[in-house]
Ligand binder design. Structure first.
Ligand code: BES
Ligand code: ZN
Length: 658
């Protein structure tokens, strides 16, 4: 059957079609290609968060030619899209949000009629372009001339003062989940993979890097006082993985095919912190097959980067708070690296199955950590994750504790909870434990091979695991695993097993003693503890987990703060743990430390819970939150302000606070 015919059949929801295999040439890269994967069925599923109609016409390639203007805070130029369509189709629907569309034309310069649809607060607008009728197996090019707006949600334009070096401005993008449409007009759905290329023109003093092969490492001269960088990504990727950063950037190799990019002043610290990156890549490949993207580099961003890390292909973006000075937070790199398989090769078809990206990655991350740093370290990380999972299960409405989510009418950000990560990973560990590691690993490796460069959803995952791991001849196994319960029901199924770490059990004992006021802080063996043990100590709560408060007296808090030297704590995870305790107790002496933390970095995982806890502390916390947020907000990325605005002061402050 022809691709067009298949596509035509797929116009209703959830018809199983090998859509993504249509019209696509085998992915090329500068590394050996991954094994072919023609056999796996792909379920086409409508993406609630995209206006695109890929069953009618789909973007196959995006070519960007953009100039970065740091004064106007805009990227402007063209996006040239290669589009295929059903024979006879005359409409191509793209996703845009907050873009200035100047014109739409064919490559001959003839205007193409277009219509901008109603602006949906979550999805943005449909940009519907009318084109000459598609013929079978032909590609049409659409040239969109446009400019981003200074408040594009994916982009943050930093002043020199907001960088480490303090002399040059900085720009970076964050596409996941549905923000790419605020700087690239394309079909912004994770199920619509596109190859891409770009030319980015920037001021002479700055360097542009992207999540792609860098074709011009030294840049090429362009108009007055600017130069251009060209890039190409020959593997088809979901658009949320198109990423750009521009700044005063330097590179240091760390090993063969791996290195770090960051501002020159941080380069040495970054190189040292991540000196084990090559081992991480080797371990990942030994587990689940060849790394398919060529180089693996890390970009350390300025402190306003809203996430810990972002798995942009070939170039993970990361927060500088991961540079702890003692390599204690490298599991974050293991995590983003693991996404090179789970997420970037096999991609959640829609954000309802975000757990397929993050749960697999959290599992895989832990296997990398075990391979490189040993079982004890890996178990500690599992236990910390399990604790987060318990907190989340207690805090969320039951329906949000399912792996496969219903996101109708919701922002995909709502699915960004520990459930996807930790319940997802616990699910895979449950299967691993029951079938044995050898069998499990063989399945997982095959899963990545069979489904490489394809979208995946919950139903497709269940088909794959039943076909390739469980089989039809072992009904006891099928019953015991409770696969459907894990995927579709709230909470934790009865076969979930809590991980146990001897080291962290000892920490719990020490925490219990201290928190029950059975000894001074000097009795805590803090200096002998790893970061993970310290995190566990600070996450301890008298009522199990959760957000207990008033269980420590002021003298105890003061003893803890001074004995553990928490005012000078340099590890962001440890500091965060302490500040959560301090805020829950309205412990005034920690406020300067809190204020410094909230104004010196903008990672949402730290910032949002702290403002939420402050806000929960009524008369004490709200004025503090309001005052600190007014200072901190101008430095945060739109991803972070978008969340914190909902907590602090409501829309009033949000409107006036920027
Ligand atoms: N892909 C995520 C970040 C993300 C998720 C961005 C959803 C936008 C929407 C990334 O891989 C991630 O999970 N980062 C974590 C760190 C990780 C070690 C758990 C983070 O940023 O905290
Ligand atoms: Zn992740």
């Amino acid at each position: 059957m022809s691709c067009a015919r298949l596509a035509a059949m797929a116009s209703t929801l959830a018809i199983v079609v090998a859509l993504s295999g249509c019209g696509g040439s085998a992915p090329k890269s500068d590394m050996p290609p991954l094994p072919a994967s023609a056999s796996a069925p792909v379920t086409y599923e409508r993406d609630l968060h995209s206006w695109a109609q890929p069953q009618v016409a789909r973007v196959k390639h995006v070519d960007l030619d953009l100039v970065a203007d740091f004064v106007a805070k805009t990227l402007s130029g063209t996006a040239t899209l290669d589009v295929t369509g059903q024979p006879g189709a005359t409409e191509v629907v793209l996703d845009v949000r907050n873009l200035e569309i100047r014109s739409v034309a064919d490559t001959g310069g003839d205007a193409l009629p277009f219509l901008l649809g109603a602006d949906d607060p979550i999805r943005g607008q449909a940009l519907t372009v009318t084109v000459p009728a598609f013929a079978a197996d032909t590609v049409q090019k659409i040239v969109v001339t446009y400019s981003t707006r200074p408040d594009a949600a994916a982009l943050q334009w930093l002043t020199p003062a907001q960088t480490a070096g303090g002399r040059q401005p900085f720009l970076f993008s964050q596409g996941q989940a549905i923000l790419t449409r605020t700087w690239v007009p394309t079909q912004d759905s994770p199920g619509i993979r596109q190859t891409w290329s770009a030319r980015i023109t920037v001021p002479e003093a700055l360097t542009a890097v992207m999540s792609a092969e860098m074709l011009t490492p030294d840049g090429e001269d362009a108009d007055e006082a600017t130069h251009s960088y060209r890039f190409r990504m020959t593997n088809p990727v979901p658009p949320y993985l198109i990423a750009l950063a521009v700044g005063d950037l330097a590179f240091a190799p760390v090993g063969e095919g791996v290195g770090v990019w960051t501002e020159p002043g941080r380069l040495e610290a970054a190189r040292t912190e991540f000196s084990e990156m090559r081992q991480l890549v080797d371990a990942a490949e030994a587990l689940y097959g060849p790394y398919g993207w060529g180089r693996y580099d890390l970009l350390i961003l300025p402190p306003s980067f809203p996430f810990g890390g972002m798995e942009n292909p070939r170039l993970t973006f990361a927060t500088p708070t991961v540079i702890a000075g003692d390599k204690s937070l490298v599991s974050l790199v293991a995590h983003e690296l693991a996404h090179s398989w789970s997420g970037n090769l096999v991609t959640n078809a829609t954000w309802a199955d975000f757990w397929l990206n993050e749960g697999f990655t959290t599992y895989f991350e832990n296997r990398i950590m075990e391979a490189v740093y040993g079982r004890d370290r890996a178990l500690m990380l599992q236990v910390l994750g399990w604790g987060e999972l318990q907190d989340e299960l207690a805090a969320l409405p039951a329906l949000d504790t399912r792996l496969h989510l219903d996101l109708e009418g919701r922002d995909p950000d709502d699915g960004l909870t520990s459930i996807a990560y930790e319940k997802g990973a616990a699910f895979l560990r449950t299967i691993e434990r029951r079938v044995g590691r050898e069998r499990f690993d063989a399945w997982m490796k095959g899963y990545f091979e069979r489904n490489a460069f394809r979208p995946m959803n919950a139903a497709g995952f269940l088909v794959d695991i039943r076909a390739h791991l469980i089989g039809a001849d072992d009904p006891a196994l099928e019953r015991e695993l409770q696969l459907d319960t894990w995927v579709y029901q709230p909470g934790l199924p009865s076969n979930a097993v809590a991980p146990v770490s001897g080291a962290l059990t000892a920490v719990d004992t020490a925490a219990e003693a201290f928190f029950a006021d059975r000894g001074p802080a000097s009795a805590i063996p803090w200096s002998g503890w790893s970061t993970q043990e310290r995190q566990q100590f600070l996450a301890w709560r008298p009522d199990g987990r959760g957000t207990g408060r008033d269980w420590l007296s002021n003298p105890q808090l003061a003893d803890l703060e001074s004995t553990l030297n928490l005012r000078a704590e340099g590890n962001a995870e440890v500091l965060f743990g302490w500040l959560q305790i301090a805020v829950a107790h309205r412990y005034q002496p920690a406020v300067p430390t809190l204020e410094r933390f909230l104004t010196s970095q903008g990672r949402r995982k730290f910032v949002l819970p702290l403002f939420t806890s402050l806000w929960a502390e009524g008369d004490w916390g709200r004025p503090l939150a309001t005052r600190i947020y007014a200072r901190a907000r101008p430095g945060y990325h739109p991803v972070t302000t978008g969340s914190v605005d909902d907590v602090v002061g409501g829309p009033g402050l949000a409107a006036s606070g920027s």
